[in-house]
Write a protein that binds this ligand. Structure first.
Ligand code: ZN
Ligand code: ZN
Length: 390
């Protein structure tokens, strides 16, 4: 299908030393005489390799979740790329490629399929509203400012109800009303596993004071009948999948996945009508028959990935290797699972998001999980960054 840049990784490892050397470690000197354009150019030069233009304590340990090397800005060495096929008007925008780790340079899980200028969102991770703002400003290949008009923020598909994939929902529901007008008809629809209806009702209730103030207070907005409802996909989905939504732009099917001890989690298979792309969003989880069926002969599967090599450095999942493999393997996608998934499904391309590398400070490689996948025999696989287009 002609995705760009699917060539195998040429060079390894944008390692710690390389990262620091390439960074230049200097900040741009700005003077009052500089124009806005000059300031912008100076900022871009600084951020070409990484984000060292922000204050940064260079930790010498990884004692806490907040200082862990995976969250260090020096390891985020690139901005957004347009990797989408030029002859296909439908696109997937990666708004958030992060995981539960508090990485300030990756938003929580959030993706969006864009068809005929209309967005269909998948998962609402931490910082969802800011992730929209980041993508609009950082990805120039589409008119995202128009596509993300407040009237268009309507359809959300949740792969599962873990906090890191849903904590952005209050922003999705309420924040547009702080800025937009005539949003009364935007009756947001949030599809997801059993419990999504309850979650949505509780979010509406939890922000009742804000909602009432917007309706009655100083705001000019009419927070009128606009509803935000959760629509459970459960229980009519078996491993062969089921159509859950269709309009002139997309057909969406849901398939069950296996993720930890959740009773219900789903992959969503989008077929885009204008250009017939099959784009699959697997959420979190390990290999399963439902996931393989969802990704059957698809153009792209967007899916998580986790290290097997560095698994002993994972700060969870027990103490011994045996424990960690069993417990973490119940939740996430090891390279061997990814290989099996690609083989069984025949999916053409894989884009990894929610990558969990558990590198140590001494041996850090931003793309080490990607390398593990390639070493396992997985082909046509890429690792995403926020703002990427596919
Ligand atoms: Zn997750
Ligand atoms: Zn999860």
């Amino acid at each position: 299908m002609g995705l760009n840049l699917f060539a195998k990784r040429k060079t390894a490892a944008f390692g710690l030393v390389g990262a620091i050397m390439a960074s230049g470690l200097s900040s741009p000197t700005t003077t009052a005489a500089q124009t806005w354009e000059e300031n912008l150019a100076a900022g871009a030069a600084t951020t070409k390799q990484n984000h060292l233009n922000v204050p940064f304590n260079k930790f010498t340990n990884m004692k806490t979740v907040f200082s862990s090397p995976g969250n260090w800005p020096i390891f985020e060495n690139r901005g957004p790329i347009d990797r989408s096929p030029k002859d296909k008007p439908s696109k997937v925008l990666v708004m958030g490629s992060g995981d539960p780790n508090p990485n300030p340079y990756r938003h929580g899980p959030a993706l969006v399929v864009i068809v005929n200028g209309y967005p269909y969102f998948i998962d609402a991770g931490e910082g969802w509203w800011r992730a929209v703002g980041y993508s609009v400003q950082a990805q120039p290949a589409l008119d995202l400012a128009s596509i993300m008009s407040l009237q268009n923020l309507k359809y959300m598909f949740l792969t599962h109800l873990h906090e890191d994939h849903t904590v952005g929902l209050p922003s999705f529901i309420s924040n547009p009303f702080k800025f937009g007008q005539n949003l009364g008809g935007v009756d947001k629809k949030v599809y997801g596993p059993e419990g999504v209806d309850e979650m949505m009702a509780n979010i509406n209730a939890a922000w009742r004071i804000d909602r009432n103030e917007m309706a009655q207070g100083s705001s000019v907005q009419k927070f009128d009948g606009a509803t935000a409802v959760g629509i459970p996909v459960w229980p009519h989905v078996d491993v062969n999948g089921r159509k859950i939504y269709e309009d002139d732009n997309v057909l969406v099917e849901a398939f069950p996945t296996k993720h930890g001890f959740l009773e219900h989690s789903y992959a969503y298979r989008f077929t885009t009508k204008p250009d017939n792309r099959v784009l699959v969003f697997g959420g979190d989880g390990h290999y399963s028959e439902g996931l393989a069926n969802a990704a059957k002969d698809a153009d792209i599967l967007f899916i998580e990935g986790i290290t097997r090599k560095n698994i002993m450095s994972a700060p969870w999942g027990g103490q011994t290797l045996e424990e960690k493999l069993r417990i973490i393997g119940a939740y996430h996608m090891f390279p061997s699972d990814m290989k099996k998934l690609q083989k069984k499904s025949g999916v053409k391309n894989i884009v990894m998001v929610h990558v969990q590398n558990y590198n140590t400070p001494e041996k850090f490689d931003r793309l080490s999980v990607l390398q593990e996948m390639i070493d396992e025999g997985v082909t046509n696989i890429l690792q995403a960054a926020d703002g990427d287009l596919y």
